[in-house]
Design a protein around this ligand. Structure first.
Ligand code: AMP
Length: 460
């Protein structure tokens, strides 16, 4: 069956402009205070999800947004929500956004604040790992919009410190990630505490069956807005680097040396690997740090902030920690470890190529990753280019001394993937070790001379 077009699927009730029409933000007739926010954010043209997604939300419809990461979906709901809240009493909690991680909650809140700078609506983030009292005080003073992670919001609900009786709009953002993190029961409990009469917006990059069920349960006659088909953003080019497990780190370091990078986000399978690899790269002279669930909230923000403002050029992260990272200039995403699922690949890769910038996605693959590679290629609809790095010794033996990451080797069966590692709302336990004294690594040498390999990922 042919896939539906990447636009509003219920065209009869959706005022989305005709395909090909020149859509501007003016066509949404937003309040001038919001238009001023759009201008100050530097947005000139709506992205496809905004073009198709803003009208039905403004018309009060429930919406199911199938949008990849980095498509501008936050503004697609933030603008119409703020438009709605501009009328009505200030300081009464009328919009609730539920998101899976603290980083994402902060990112969403920032978008609301930036776009709503002139609208003077109050936005509060609620998540665990930080003191609850400032949140209680802020709720008592009165807020218009709450962006919350499920666990801490439920704490507020059970303590009676949040009043959800006036909620008019509920947003479930990155719903598939909430499913992955085991938050769906919490989400259902939260929804039970909301008024029955409300607008519901659900956004997800992918649509697993459980999310479909949730959507069926909470969305009333929804307009579906689909941008892309749950495949990674098209502004990203993909490459595989076949390598034996024990040579991953040396290959990565060579790859970084020979690649012209702006800023690089590297994914590992476990928190431990992220920490160790971050340290290793810092010792190699890279301005590198790690972002993983074992860091305190303060340390996570320092790592993320440092990456965002360019103090760190390399961030090594686990999947969950990396949710909500919105750094537009990420030039390269490198999967040091291939992700467990194709959805996770989509999410990781969505960290580069954001807002129509172009980006490169490299994945280091070992022989045991063959099945996952095939699945990813199926989602992409095309084989991924295999590359070798010229001059790199792929036959080098494992180091005699402690093998890199020998402490954390994946079982050779390839079937028993480790569990995702962040806790509730990504809560954390210990403080990080940062390396601040590093110098710039050498820049691009001969990366473009890499040879193309045949379509198999065997390395010997
Ligand atoms: P999101 O998918 O909401 O996380 O947005 C991804 C990035 O796109 C963020 O950095 C936004 O600030 C940016 N963005 C959103 N809408 C636009 C737009 N219309 N034009 C340019 N950048 C945008």
């Amino acid at each position: 069956m042919k896939e539906p077009p990447a636009d509003c699927l219920r065209a009869s009730s959706c005022r989305a402009p005709a395909q090909g029409a020149h859509v501007t933000f003016d066509s949404f007739h937003l309040d001038p205070r919001l238009t001023a926010g759009i201008v100050s954010c530097g947005y000139t043209t709506p992205t496809p999800i905004q073009e198709k997604g803003i009208p039905p939300v403004m018309e009060g419809h429930d919406v199911m947004g199938l949008a990849q990461t980095g498509t501008g979906k936050t503004a697609a709901y933030a603008l119409p929500i703020m438009e709605r809240l501009l009328t009505g009493p200030r300081g009464s909690l009328r919009a609730l956004v539920v998101a899976p991680t603290r980083e994402l909650a902060e990112q969403i809140a920032e978008d609301f604040r930036d776009l709503g700078r002139k609208a003077r609506l109050t936005v509060l983030t609620i998540y665990g790992g930080v003191g609850i009292n400032p949140q209680i005080d802020a709720l008592r003073r009165g807020v218009d919009i709450v962006i919350a992670c499920p666990g801490r919001l439920l704490d507020h609900i059970s303590q009676g410190t949040v009043d959800l009786t006036k909620i008019q709009v509920l947003v479930l953002d990155e719903a598939d990630m909430m499913l992955d993190m085991g938050f769906l029961p919490d989400v259902r409990r939260i929804i039970k505490n909301l008024p029955a009469q409300r607008q519901n917006l659900l956004y997800s990059a992918t649509m697993p069956e459980d999310i479909r069920h949730l959507a069926d349960a909470i969305l009333h006659d929804p307009v579906t807005v689909q941008i892309g088909h749950s495949a990674p953003v098209e502004t990203v080019s993909h490459a595989l680097y076949p390598v034996p497990q024990h040579l991953k780190t040396p290959l990565l370091i060579e790859l970084l040396k020979h690649t012209d990078t702006e800023s690089v986000l590297i994914f590992t399978r476990t928190k431990h690997r992220a920490k160790k690899l971050g340290e290793k790269l810092a010792n190699e002279g890279y301005r590198a740090t790690s972002l993983q669930g074992n860091l305190s909230q303060r340390a996570r923000q320092a790592a993320l902030g440092g990456f965002r403002d360019g103090r760190y050029k390399v961030l090594v992260a686990t999947d969950i920690a990396a949710r909500g990272i919105d750094v537009t200039q990420i030039s390269h995403v490198i999967n040091y470890d291939i992700p467990d699922t194709t959805d996770a690949y989509t999410h990781r890769i969505g960290r580069t190529g954001r807002a129509l910038h172009s980006g490169d996605a490299f994945t280091l693959v070992t022989e045991e990753d063959t099945i996952l590679v095939r699945d990813i290629e199926k989602v992409l609809g095309t084989p991924i280019e295999r590359r070798t790095l010229s001059g790199f010794d792929y036959k080098a033996p494992a180091p005699k001394r402690e093998t890199e990451f020998a402490w954390d080797h994946r079982p050779s069966t390839g079937s028993s993937r480790p569990q995702r590692s962040a806790g509730r709302d990504g809560q954390s336990t210990s403080a990080p070790k940062h390396h601040e004294n590093n110098v710039n690594p050498p820049k691009s040498l001969n990366h473009r001379s890499e040879s193309r390999r045949p379509a198999n990922i065997r390395t010997s």
